[in-house]
Design a protein around this ligand. Structure first.
Ligand code: NAP
Length: 310
């Protein structure tokens, strides 16, 4: 029985491999692409593995993704269809996303972009400041990350509403779902936070039509996956004033090309896909716990539903 570790990031090899070897024993962890005995591999821990890395492993039982999003693994068909794919759910990853959302909700609500631009022109220009309870922050996706972030934002006194694929009861957070509620949800959002997985149904969801349903001058935080926000439509909505400011952590192409108009746009804040990172020190427990469960014949946690795409 051996665990295969496959990642294209040197930093992952430096951190995850010693941690896994310490927890499981040095012989139990094999690092791709050097796989001396393919029959010995029962589980794989992966980040953007090569095309054939997970093929021809006859005793593979499950694949653990180092990322919370698995769209690349599914789109690239990198994990054989019959093998359970488990995504990363880790309290520190969630905490990172909560921090990122809180930081940028306050940044937008307290009009920091406007004050920075006034400062650049040496302009002393106080703006009317609404109260938090007069503002609604809408969460597109109330999963592991969206729900934690929504609860933290609600604690600051903002109105909070969520939108999900299936109807949900969430303590203290109003939640809408279904095509008929979509316009109502968008129309309520002073700040829209996108924490949806990238799937065939969310790809291109935030297009010109959706952005036009937001209140005029609304703000956007996009922190899950590029491609959900249609970038040319976003630029048009900023140009018309329909959208006030966009905080973008994720993009249609990453790294964001140097010549992208998003970089220097005065009403866009760019961060390089760092909203929430996976820390091996805590995330390893999520992998080990599932490994123990599988070896004990218990069901795995956080298995991706391939039909839904998340
Ligand atoms: P999750 O627990 O799977 O939750 C996904 C949420 O999205 C659920 O509430 C789901 O609705 C909703 N949803 C899915 N498809 C929908 C649709 N078509 N319409 C409306 N709602 C839909 O995912 P998570 O752990 O919160 O993570 C979300 C995403 O964040 C990941 O997929 C990943 O891409 C991204 N991420 C980004 C970073 C970063 O650093 N930028 C870090 C980690 C993760 P239901 O409740 O009805 O299922």
């Amino acid at each position: 029985m051996a665990i295969l570790f496959a990642s294209t990031r040197d930093e992952h090899i430096r951190t995850w491999v010693p941690a896994l070897r310490q927890a499981l024993g040095p012989r139990e962890v094999v690092v791709a692409p050097d796989i001396p005995d393919r029959r010995a591999i029962t589980h794989a821990v992966v980040w953007k593995p090569g095309r054939d890395t997970l093929a021809n492993l006859p005793n593979l039982r499950a694949v653990f993704s180092l990322g919370a999003g698995v769209d690349d693994l599914l789109a690239g068909e990198l994990v054989p269809n019959h093998i359970p794919l488990v995504r990363m759910v880790d309290p520190e990853l969630t905490r990172g996303m909560v921090e990122y959302v809180l930081l940028h909700v306050l940044y937008l609500y307290r009009q920091v972009p406007q004050y920075r631009s006034a400062q650049a022109g040496a302009k002393w220009r106080p703006l009317a400041q609404p109260r938090a309870c007069e503002q609604t922050v809408g969460f597109l996706g109330l999963g592991e990350l969206g729900l934690a972030a929504a609860r933290a934002v609600a604690k600051l006194g903002f109105g909070v509403v969520g939108f999900t694929r299936t109807p949900r009861q969430t303590n203290g957070i109003a939640c809408l779902s279904g095509a008929d509620k979509w316009p109502r949800f968008l129309a309520s959002c002073d700040i829209l936070v996108c924490l949806l997985p990238k799937t065939p149904t969310t790809l291109g969801l935030l297009d010109a039509t959706a952005l036009a349903m937001l209140p005029h001058g609304a703000n956007l935080i996009s922190a899950s996956r590029g491609g959900i926000v249609v970038e040319p439509d976003l630029l048009a909505a900023l140009a018309s004033g329909q959208l006030g400011h966009a905080v973008l952590d994720v993009f249609e192409r990453e790294p964001l090309p140097e010549d992208s108009p998003l970089w220097l746009h005065p009403n866009i804040t760019v961060t390089p896909h760092i909203a929430a990172v996976t820390y091996p020190a805590t995330a390893i427990e999520s992998v080990l716990e599932n490994l123990r469960r599988d070896r004990a014949g218990k069901p795995l946690r956080h298995v991706v539903d391939r039909a839904r795409g998340y």
